[in-house]
Design a binder for this molecule. Structure first.
Ligand SMILES: [Zn+2]
Length: 257
């Protein structure tokens, strides 16, 4: 919301610049150019940064001083890596959230059931996770999200309420779809970048340097190195004196309808 205020402030400053440059076309053109560039930059930041809360009120962390964080995994279920991650979570007795892609469930229903039965949260991460998802109409988005809901419900018997936008991209059409579908949008406050950073030490130090009370950490159960580094990540978090809680407990929200 604070970025919306910045938009308005810029809008108010523009007439002043125009008045100041009343007799100087250079100032007027530069003023207008800088104004358009700043507005577009803010818009781009709003679309691509879920925690900016520009279009959608996403829950990206818990407001707390308690040393607690939540783990979240996107883009599964994966037939090999998700079970491997579940094994680690079981070993350390740690809960997590899995924002699954609906079309990945086919053939992996047992993996999803196991994830749910072991006490982890299942959330909706769209059915198609299409690269062009953010270009869809609001209706097409909602249809896709509903298909994902149904696929999840068929596997675990529960309809998810939590939704995480594909690529974390939000816009007015998605805002409408989320409102109509009565979803609770879940973002993140620590982006591991585990889809691009493959180096274990770099990933661990990146996450470790960033965590603060109430953080939601974004990981991917579609990445082999993420599954491999998870034991060390959990130990690093514990060594920093943090507890790991489920997203539902940490944010005091309900995960299913
Ligand atoms: Zn994703």
């Amino acid at each position: 919301m604070k970025f919306r205020i910045l938009n308005v402030v810029l809008l108010l400053v523009l007439p002043l610049v125009m008045a100041f440059g009343a007799n100087n076309p250079t100032i007027r053109w530069w003023g207008l150019g800088v104004f358009i560039l700043l507005q577009l930059s803010i818009l781009y930041y709003g679309v691509t940064t879920i925690s900016a809360q520009y279009f959608v009120d996403a829950l990206c962390n818990a407001k707390t001083d308690e040393k607690v964080v939540a783990l979240s995994f996107d883009d599964g279920p994966h037939n090999v890596l998700t079970p491997k991650i579940l094994e680690t979570l079981r070993l350390y007795n740690v809960p997590a959230s899995f924002f699954v892609i609906g079309r990945n469930i086919e053939g992996n229903e047992d993996v999803l059931q196991k994830t749910f039965e072991e006490g982890h949260i299942i959330g909706n991460h769209s059915f198609c996770h299409d690269f062009w998802f953010d270009m869809y109409s609001s209706k097409k988005m909602l249809d896709d999200m509903h298909i994902a809901d149904n696929t999840i419900e068929e596997a675990i018997g529960k309809k998810p309420v939590l939704f995480r936008p594909p690529y974390g991209i939000t816009n007015p059409a998605l805002k409408k779809a989320i409102k109509k579908g009565r979803y609770l949008t879940i973002g993140w406050s620590v982006r591991s970048l585990d889809t691009t950073i493959k180096d274990k030490e770099k990933l661990l130090s990146r996450i470790s340097r960033r965590i603060k009370p109430g953080d939601i950490i974004l990981l991917h159960d579609s990445m082999e190195h993420t599954a491999n580094l998870l034991p060390e990540l959990i130990e690093t978090i514990f060594k920093k004196g943090y507890k790991i809680k489920g997203i539902d407990e940490m944010l005091n929200i309900r995960a299913y309808a």
